[in-house]
Design a protein around this ligand. Structure first.
Ligand SMILES: Cc1cc2nc3c(=O)[nH]c(=O)nc-3n(C[C@H](O)[C@H](O)[C@H](O)COP(=O)(O)O)c2cc1C
Length: 159
């Protein structure tokens, strides 16, 4: 089974989960890059505005083609209780169909369910096999994150 992990990350938390998923599932990773500068406090406020308005943004083309994979993990930080503009844009244009999909997100505290709902609505025609959310509290104990991902692998891939 060919597996990919596609994610956006502004400050590295979602990237850390993506990299661990890639290790556990022996998957390839691709980072969705938002062409807008999101750094620093100004970047934060612009991000909040774009997230609140549910905007699409310009993104760089991805380093892998989702058609080449059987199972695709897609991850985003929660922004304004929804997905990031970069992941929204990617999902709207990627035309992913007939795939097994694992969703993951990181959040300070809230918005996991609403983000998954939005991602699912952008992924019609696929089979959602997992939804995993990590709060800032969860991320403080990375060993338990690793355990959750190993358990997930046992659930998804019957070896
Ligand atoms: C613009 C913006 C909006 C956010 N909105 C929320 C939110 O609605 N709820 C929440 O709990 N955390 C929110 N956060 C916090 C992020 O979801 C959290 O820090 C996430 O783990 C960051 O992931 P990253 O390091 O991969 O960028 C927001 C962060 C940003 C930058």
């Amino acid at each position: 089974m060919k597996i990919a992990v596609i994610y956006y990350s502004r400050t590295g938390k979602t990237k850390k989960i993506a990299e661990e998923l890639a290790l556990v599932f022996r998957a390839e990773t691709a980072r969705v890059v938002d062409k807008k500068d999101r750094k620093g406090i100004i970047g934060y406020f612009k991000a909040a505005k774009d997230a609140f308005l549910k905007k699409e943004v310009e993104i760089e083309s991805l380093s892998l083609n989702p058609r080449d994979y059987d199972l695709i993990f897609i991850g985003t930080p929660v922004w304004a209780n929804g997905v990031t503009p970069a992941i929204r844009t990617y999902l709207k244009h990627a035309k992913i169909k007939n795939k097994k999909i694992g969703l993951f997100c990181t959040t300070h505290i809230s918005g996991t369910d609403t983000s998954f709902k939005e991602m699912i609505s952008l992924l019609e025609g696929n089979q959602i096999v997992a939804k995993i959310g990590f709060t800032a509290f969860d991320l403080r104990n990375f060993n338990s994150v690793k355990e959750r991902l190993k358990e997930l692998k046992e659930q998804i891939i019957k070896e």
